[in-house]
Structure formats: structure tokens, C-alpha cells
Ligand binder design. Structure first.
Ligand SMILES: [Zn+2]
Length: 47
């Protein structure tokens, strides 16, 4: 399942679809940020 920067995909771990850097959201209300490594905006939920 893919999400883009600015969405609120909920709590979980997301991997950047470009460089696979992982980031974690801890709050349901958190917005997905741009990738801190490559500034990519597409993420896959991995956990
Ligand atoms: Zn990236």
C-alpha cells in the first residue's frame, strides 16, 4: 500500500519508494513528511 507526503496514513513504519529509507509515525494525526534522505514523496507501509 502506497502513501504520499502530506497524507495521514496512521501509526506505523513507512519506507521511501525511491531510496528505502524508513521512517516511523507515532501518532495517528502525523502527516507523512518528505523523505529525509532523498526528498521523495512516495512511501510504502512496511510495518
Ligand atoms: Zn528517500
Amino acid at each position: 500500500m502506497a502513501f504520499v507526503t502530506g497524507e495521514k496514513p496512521g501509526v506505523g513504519t513507512f519506507a521511501c519508494a525511491t531510496c528505502w529509507k524508513r521512517l516511523r509515525l507515532d501518532q495517528k494525526s502525523d502527516n507523512l513528511p518528505p523523505c529525509p534522505r532523498c526528498h521523495g514523496t512516495i512511501f510504502i507501509k512496511v510495518g
